[in-house]
Design a protein around this ligand. Structure first.
Ligand code: ATP
Length: 439
């Protein structure tokens, strides 16, 4: 039986969600392109996160910092030195390379050969700025978006007249030279992060850590993730990243096992104090009430856009044996429904003229389409039988299908079909927008 991950990979390509990068040149490992439906889904995930973090929460400010930054930032953050390296081992027989911490036994998982001693392998991606490829011009593609937040801590504090506790949120690309990229978009070398850094008084750090852990778990549940497939796991002390005092992974149960989709970290004063030491800027906070200065502690919530998209896609991907629409073609086959949450579904409404060779029906369908597209992500589809169109729409998770038929010309009503219940209702055209909004 085909593994669910393989099914999702081929589905994602077939229906225009995710394509392998540089495919016509034979592909480019660990990079992916998001197709027409993938980019909509991705944008909806980012919108849901941005709304939740910057609009629904008080005291969180947005930021969009640059990807290329002074290399001094990566020196100060410890990424070039202390922590940001994985241990790499190589098989002496087949020369395949692996991350040591991912191996269950001390031999090659591919051929059983003997492994070399581990070597530290830094994950930062190097690049050159300016015309000379010499040492002075080396910089790095950011490996996490949060460093751009720390170096702007003072700018945001002052310009927004912020008071502790407050947060800064950012969405953007990050790059890591992963040793073993695998599991489709789970581990990539170019990916996108949604990170929020919450600056607080050290004495409140534990309280806020618990608060943000709960908030972030609830975000996934509010977007329809199956409760049984979501859990929070605390990282043992000896496995903590170089900057972390405490860490919890929010994990999703993928077909290939429980895997991290988001990290909640108490980073203490690691970042602000190190940037103060390495730059000439004092990034401590002056508390007006107590007239004391201190480095705020940082509680970080860090999620990959792509990884969470993979979780949402996996959770929504449902196959119905024997078909659900019960058309003659479908009875024997398996039908797919993408049960994405309504705010994530890339297409909300589809407008379908019953037939495409009756100008009056087509004209009315186009009129309805023009009205709806202003309000919702709407598509127009006139090819194939209605049953076949319904199935195509179920596959991409479209919430409502609206059919314009001969009766519509007489009484100005249309049939609205609901993706989840497959129930059909006749609705007056002039009431359509409100009907869909209410649903
Ligand atoms: P892992 O242990 O899987 O390498 P990590 O603990 O290094 O991940 P963090 O540095 O905490 O990850 O990054 C925060 C989030 O960014 C992760 O939870 C994940 O969603 C996302 N992320 C990190 N690395 C990648 C990657 N290579 N590809 C896709 N998403 C990633």
């Amino acid at each position: 039986m085909e593994d669910k991950t393989d099914k999702i990979i081929s589905f994602a390509k077939r229906r225009g969600f995710i394509f392998p990068s540089s495919e016509i040149y034979g592909g480019f490992s660990s990079c992916y392109d998001f197709g027409p439906l993938g980019v909509e889904l991705k944008n909806n995930i980012k919108k849901a996160w941005w709304n939740e973090m910057t609009k629904m929460k008080d005291n969180i400010f947005g930021l969009d910092s640059s990807i290329l930054m002074s290399p001094k930032i990566w020196q100060a953050s410890g990424h070039l030195t202390a922590g940001f390296a994985d241990e790499l081992v190589e098989c002496k027989e087949c020369h395949h390379r692996f991350r040591k911490d991912f191996l269950e036994k001390n031999k090659c998982p591919d051929c059983g050969g003997e492994l070399t001693d581990p070597k530290k392998f830094n994950l930062m991606m190097k690049t050159f700025i300016g015309p000379l490829e010499d040492e002075a011009a080396i910089t790095y593609l950011r490996a996490e978006t949060c460093q751009g937040i720390y170096v702007n801590f003072k700018n945001v504090l002052q310009t927004m007249r912020a008071k502790i506790p407050f947060g800064i949120a950012q969405i953007g690309k990050a790059f890591r030279n992963e040793i073993t990229p695998k599991n489709f978009i789970y581990r990539m070398r170019e990916f996108e992060q949604m990170e929020m850094q919450w600056f607080c008084n050290p004495k409140d750090a534990d309280k806020f850590f618990d608060f943000w852990k709960k908030e972030r778990m609830n975000w996934y549940l509010s977007l329809g993730i199956d409760e049984k497939k979501l859990r929070a796991t605390e990282t043992p002390k000896e496995e903590l990243a170089h900057y972390a005092r405490k860490a919890v992974d929010i994990e999703y149960k993928f077909p290939f096992g429980w895997k991290e989709i988001e990290g909640i970290h108490n980073r203490g004063d690691w970042d602000l104090s190190n940037h103060s030491k390495h730059s000439s800027e004092d990034l401590s906070y002056h508390d007006d009430e107590t007239d004391k200065k201190y480095y705020p502690y940082v509680i970080e919530t860090s999620v990959g856009v792509d990884r969470s998209l993979f979780a949402f896609l996996t959770d929504a991907f449902t196959e119905v044996e024997g078909g659900r629409t019960k058309t003659t073609e479908s009875k024997k086959s398996v039908e797919t429904v993408l049960k994405l949450h309504k705010s994530l579904a890339p297409v909300k409404v589809a407008v379908l003229p019953l037939v495409k060779n009756k100008p009056k029906i087509v004209d009315l369908a186009k009129k309805v389409y023009d009205q709806l597209k202003v309000e919702f992500a709407t598509i127009y589809d006139e090819t194939g039988s209605i049953g076949r169109r319904y199935r195509r729409l179920d596959e991409i998770g479209a919430l409502f299908a609206i059919t314009i038929d001969f009766d519509s010309l007489e009484d100005n009503t249309v049939t609205v079909r609901d993706r989840d219940t497959m129930g059909q209702e006749r609705v007056e055209i002039k009431k359509l927008i409100n009907y869909i909004k209410e649903k």
